[in-house]
Design a protein around this ligand. Structure first.
Ligand code: CP
Length: 322
């Protein structure tokens, strides 16, 4: 198995072979998750702590299910009721939890780079569950698995990522991962929501939604990240939907078998028409959720193997872990 990482902080450091290894393992977990009895033992005896400083439905619940299905002892840290509310810092919180000897720490934080900083302070494996606008690696991996299952491959597919690119860690992680896997990425959205310099990132940039969707294999819609906006980026939601919202008329410009994706949570009638989101012939949004559990099982399994190998080597040298 080719997967060398100590932490999963982003897709940026992953080699294409590591991504393929993880997706292949996730396929086996996707099959396990379709069985009535879903238990594996890859994380047996390990402790997983989920530490979410931002709201989450999909990511937190799927990390919790993933850990439990693989036999870990899983603790969800209730941040809203924690001493963070009394002013305890991120690092002090992390060091406190680290002293309880977890093996896997899953962290979501509103600030870009916060999870990388935390990983440098603890001695367990850290998984980034989304940090600011920076990265959301397991989202990009579950998106890649969903695309690969629907299309049979990733390379030479045209993927249009549409909407609020500027504030989206999902867009950034997908752009990096899909580029590594030789897909052609288009970024589509209003100039106000397009990061400066996007045209230099090895992708095509479109302001016109209709041009951006033409002959695309995959249409990935993004939510307006209002919580990260500090000003007026769109004239109105009504106008935004008219120009950049996905409806049947705009989708008709993509390939006839193009799939529709959305990482969630969705704002129906803002970035996507509800009937498109619910169309089981086009939308793979529920498949993305399903693959989220499988990918997170695979990611934690691989990191746990590396952690065990590292600790085994340290124990052989007379170190702390046995
Ligand atoms: N896609 C995603 O990260 O969703 P949640 O915010 O619900 O975890």
């Amino acid at each position: 198995m080719t997967f060398r990482a100590r932490h999963l902080l982003g897709v940026e450091p992953l080699a294409p072979a590591e991504i393929t290894s993880l997706l292949d393992l996730a396929e086996t977990y996707a099959a396990l998750n379709r069985r009535t009895v879903k238990h594996g033992d890859a994380l047996q005896g390990l402790t997983q702590i989920n530490l979410f400083f931002e709201n989450s439905t999909r990511t937190q619940s799927s990390f919790e299910l993933a850990g439990k299905r693989l036999g870990a002892d899983v603790m969800n840290m209730p941040v809203a009721q924690s001493s963070v509310k009394k002013g305890e810092t991120l690092i002090d919180t992390a060091l406190t939890l680290n002293a309880m000897q977890p093996d896997l720490l899953v962290v979501r934080h509103p600030h870009s780079g916060a999870v990388n900083l935390l990983a440098s302070k603890v001695n367990c494996a850290v998984l980034n569950a989304g940090d600011g606008r920076h990265e959301h690696p397991t989202q990009a991996l579950l998106d890649a698995l969903t695309i690969r299952r629907a299309k049979g491959r990733l390379h030479r597919l045209t993927v249009a990522i549409c909407g609020d690119i500027a504030h989206s860690r999902v867009a950034r992680s997908n752009l990096i991962l899909l580029g590594k896997m030789e897909a052609r990425v288009r970024l589509v959205g209003p100039a106000t929501l397009m990061p400066k310099g996007a045209a230099d990132w090895g992708c095509e940039v479109y302001e016109d939604m209709r041009e951006g969707l033409r002959d695309a294999d995959v249409v990935m819609m993004l939510r307006l990240q209002k919580e990260r906006m500090d000003g007026g980026f769109i004239p109105s939601e009504r106008e935004y939907f008219h120009r950049w919202g996905l409806d049947a008329e705009k989708l008709a410009l993509a390939k006839p078998d193009a799939i529709v994706m959305h990482p969630g949570p969705m704002n129906r009638g803002v970035e996507i028409d509800g009937t498109i989101a619910d169309d089981i012939n086009r939308s793979v949004i529920q498949d993305q959720v399903e693959m989220g559990v499988a990918v997170r099982m695979a990611a934690m399994d691989l990191l746990a193997r590396n952690l065990r190998a590292e600790r085994g080597a340290r124990a052989a040298e007379g170190g702390a872990y046995v």
